[in-house]
Design a protein around this ligand. Structure first.
Ligand SMILES: NC(=O)c1ccc[n+]([C@@H]2O[C@H](COP(=O)([O-])OP(=O)(O)OC[C@H]3O[C@@H](n4cnc5c(N)ncnc54)[C@H](O)[C@@H]3O)[C@@H](O)[C@H]2O)c1
Length: 362
């Protein structure tokens, strides 16, 4: 990996030191491994409110390299962030640190706005102070809200319907405005669908102890007998089997896109928004069937009522990012379920009850 050239010089800009916020989390930990394996120097900040520092030894086992430095701090603490930029010559930032999950956010709207929006402005302040102007920002397909049937592309007007989705959309608007007023900024915003699955080693995955558990780790716990049954929220949607349709993206495909994004931070200034997803809708029952096949036993489930605010279908069209960067998802739903099941079998307690940091909320 070459080090970056000074801005404005002839040599092409290539990032070498990447600050990853929320790097201990589900997507962040997989992204750190991807970056380490591709020769980047990785600096992590995380407050462990939804993760554990135990992931770092696992990352190192996979990548065969250490994360350059890890700082336990709250992303809203601009002074603490500034001290990190003082110590490291950061070329670009990938900003995962956030509270996630639309349903949970309806119970904790203030916390979501505070962390997701306040954390992003604090980060931008510290970046600006240190002349760092390149950012990969993970947004969410939830910004689209209920956009109807079929894959949505980036021209679909956002209609966020939860504090989580609104917080992501507010951040997108802030970043768009910053880029408009400050031409030295490049922001690549990835509106992604539902990342799921696990690293094929079985060492990293989506810990079921994390807040806002999603369908795949829930299924893994049922398959393992740690939960009695899956509750399916509604089977009366206008979909092919009545259950809600979503777009599941293997986490390894997702983090490959983040690594490729770093190369494209040099393409030109401004805010560039891309969907990141499989582009294919899968119903809850499709995922139950695929997971049952991979774990070799039927997953018992009950059908309950719809969750308030839930929608029938949300699938993103990733054509634009494929055209721009050549990235496309390569892993099927079966592989996603197989990797998630391997993580569950090898880590029946996730990263372990005692592993969770002191900052866990709820
Ligand atoms: N997982 C999804 O379904 C999904 C979908 C679309 C977008 N995203 C986005 O991707 C990003 C990562 O998601 P994830 O699934 O890895 O979530 P995660 O909760 O596993 O990871 C987030 C990390 O940020 C940390 N964090 C939270 N608040 C913090 C704070 N105030 N200061 C410092 N660190 C803090 C958590 O401890 C955790 O390690 C988020 O920005 C999320 O909005 C996730």
């Amino acid at each position: 990996m070459t080090s970056r050239a000074a801005e404005g010089s002839e040599a092409p800009w290539t990032p070498s030191t990447i600050l990853v916020t929320g790097g201990a989390g589900f997507v962040g930990s997989h992204a750190c491994v991807e970056l380490l394996e591709h020769g980047y120097e990785v600096i992590v900040v995380d407050d462990y409110s939804n993760s554990t520092p135990q992931v770092f030894t696992r990352m190192e086992r996979i990548a065969g390299r250490f994360v350059g430095a890890v700082y336990e701090l709250d992303i809203r603490d601009r002074h603490a962030l500034s001290a990190v930029f003082d110590r490291h010559s950061v070329d670009a930032v990938v900003h995962f640190a956030a509270h996630k999950g639309p349903h949970r956010s309806t119970r904790m709207p203030v916390e979501y706005y505070d962390t997701n929006v306040g954390g992003t402005t604090a980060l931008l302040g510290a970046m600006d102070e240190h002349g760092v102007h390149r950012l990969v920002y993970p947004s969410s397909c939830w910004v689209y809200g209920d956009a109807g049937r079929g894959p949505v592309d980036e021209t679909t007007p956002p209609r966020p319907a939860s504090p989580y989705a609104a917080s992501k959309w507010i951040c997108e608007q802030i970043l768009t405005d910053v880029c408009r007023r400050r031409p030295e900024y490049t922001v690549l915003c990835l509106r992604y669908s539902i990342p799921a699955g696990a690293h094929p080693s079985g060492l990293l995955g989506e810990d079921p102890h994390a807040a806002s558990i999603s369908l795949v780790p829930y299924l893994a716990e049922v398959a393992d007998g740690r939960r009695p049954r899956l509750e399916v929220f509604g089977d009366d949607y206008p979909t092919r089997d009545g259950t809600a349709i979503r777009d599941y993206l293997h986490v390894m495909d997702a983090v490959e896109a983040h690594r490729i994004a770093l190369d494209h931070l040099a393409d030109g200034p401004g805010m560039h928004v891309y969907n990141l997803g499989a582009g294919e809708g899968r119903s809850v029952l499709d995922v139950v069937t695929a997971f049952s096949r991979e774990c070799g036993r039927p997953i018992p489930y009950d059908v309950g009522p719809r969750r308030p605010g839930d929608i029938a279908e949300l699938v993103v069209d990733p054509t634009a990012v494929t055209r721009a960067w050549g990235w496309r998802p390569t892993r099927e739903l079966d592989e996603l379920c197989r990797d998630a099941w391997r993580f569950q079998r090898l880590n029946p307690h996730g990263y372990g009850d005692s592993a969770w940091g002191p900052n866990r909320k709820e």
